[in-house]
Design a protein around this ligand. Structure first.
Ligand SMILES: Nc1c(NC[C@H](O)[C@H](O)[C@H](O)CO)[nH]c(=O)[nH]c1=O
Ligand SMILES: CC(=O)[C@@H](O)COP(=O)(O)O
Length: 159
């Protein structure tokens, strides 16, 4: 199902565990910062809506999406979090750099989920245009940050 058929901000709160006892790390890329801050706000608001408390939400910024892997690893090793949300916005330019950044970031975050017992949520938009990114960070398709926050809660209590 493509995003256009599923609003990213819709969730059934009655089916989401309460997050009051959970601690979250959120690593935010500064590239396309208007987009990534909107994603962060969506994630923060959803975590709070589900019971998370402010002092249990730790935010770190990194230069770009490629650095999300290292930032998330450092968050896991030092902050005693139950889940990490990695937030980025990669927008295609003139060269193939987009493909390398997207692939490396996705693979790096996947590798963290394998290497450590803390879920790392892939909240990285990989868009061909700025409008696509706007549409998915609080626009007509909702906010992927919201979706990522709900996934973080669900994965934090898994098992
Ligand atoms: N073009 C985008 C980048 N590029 C920067 C890389 O992520 C990385 O910071 C740099 O290569 C140094 O290691 N990053 C994004 O997050 N979004 C882009 O559109
Ligand atoms: C995703 C990128 O790295 C890209 O935005 C950089 O732009 P360009 O490919 O034109 O150098």
């Amino acid at each position: 199902m493509a995003t256009e058929n599923k609003n990213l901000s819709v969730y059934d709160k009655s089916k989401i565990p309460n997050a009051k006892k959970l601690r979250f790390g959120i690593v935010v890329s500064e590239w396309n910062d208007k987009i990534t801050h909107a994603l962060y706000q969506g994630a923060y608001d959803a975590l709070a809506d589900c019971g998370a408390i402010e002092e249990n939400i730790v935010r770190w910024n990194v230069p770009g999406s490629f650095e999300l892997t290292y930032g998330a690893k450092k968050m896991i090793l030092t902050q005693e979090v139950d889940a990490v949300i990695a937030i980025g916005s990669v927008i295609r330019g003139e060269t193939s750099h987009f493909d390398f950044v997207c692939s490396a970031t996705a693979q790096g975050i996947k590798d963290l989920n394998v290497a450590y017992d803390v879920p790392v949520i892939f909240c990285v938009l990989t868009d061909d245009t700025l409008q696509q990114a706007i549409d998915r960070s609080g626009g007509k398709h909702g906010n992927k940050g919201t979706e990522a926050a709900i996934a973080a809660i669900q994965m934090a209590v898994l098992g």
